[in-house]
Design a protein around this ligand. Structure first.
Ligand SMILES: CC(C)(COP(=O)(O)OP(=O)(O)OC[C@H]1O[C@@H](n2cnc3c(N)ncnc32)[C@H](O)[C@@H]1OP(=O)(O)O)[C@@H](O)C(=O)NCCC(=O)NCCS
Length: 151
């Protein structure tokens, strides 16, 4: 399960397909291509259509995870961890000192993954996801200092 680095231009169709397996708000291939074309943006892919991907962006000394998805059948095999670690290491090489991401309060799986890798809550957006998520839909902003400490 070696993560493959993707930079613009790349096969964005596969990233859109993977995204659609994991989120109800669909990101089109065109939208992903526009994100990938922005300076500092990159993706890592594991196992193609049967694995997952992460999309991240570095600006100055900050990195941001834009999205992360692992197909349902491949979850709990460490792919999410591999992707996040690869993205964090790349961000550090690009000069980032801190990595941020946003996650729905109700997303226990993702929060467990992030907290295990050292992320901690730095802010909260009340009702950010509206009715899309059951518990009031708060968004939680998490951050971690780079490099990740791997326990
Ligand atoms: C979140 C997600 C990317 C995790 O990917 P994954 O490949 O299953 O993650 P890993 O196998 O690396 O899991 C690492 C650890 O995270 C935690 N974790 C992952 N999924 C979990 C779950 N469903 N419940 C509880 N803990 C979970 C566990 O501690 C796990 O370690 P363990 O399997 O040894 O117990 C995946 O569930 C997913 O794509 N979800 C839908 C999209 C999404 O929510 N993306 C994140 C948006 S912010």
């Amino acid at each position: 399960m070696t993560p493959v680095l993707l930079t613009h231009p790349c096969d964005v169709d596969i990233l859109a397909r993977l995204h659609a397996t994991s989120f109800t708000d669909l990101w089109s291939a065109d939208w992903i291509a526009r994100l990938m074309a922005q300076p500092g943006t990159y993706a890592y892919l594991v196992d193609g259509d049967v694995g997952g991907f992460i999309l991240a962006r570095v600006a100055g000394d900050e990195a941001e995870v834009l999205t992360l998805a692992v197909v349902p059948a491949a979850r709990r095999r460490g792919i999410g961890t591999i992707l996040l670690r690869a993205a964090a290491e790349k961000a550090r090489q690009m000069g980032a000192e801190t990595m941020f991401l946003e996650v729905a309060q109700a997303n226990e799986a993702a929060k467990a993954l992030y907290i295990r890798l050292g992320f901690a809550e730095v802010a909260r957006r009340r009702g950010y996801y509206g009715d899309k998520v059951g518990d009031g839909g708060d968004a939680v902003i998490l951050s971690v200092k780079l490099p990740l400490i791997w326990l």
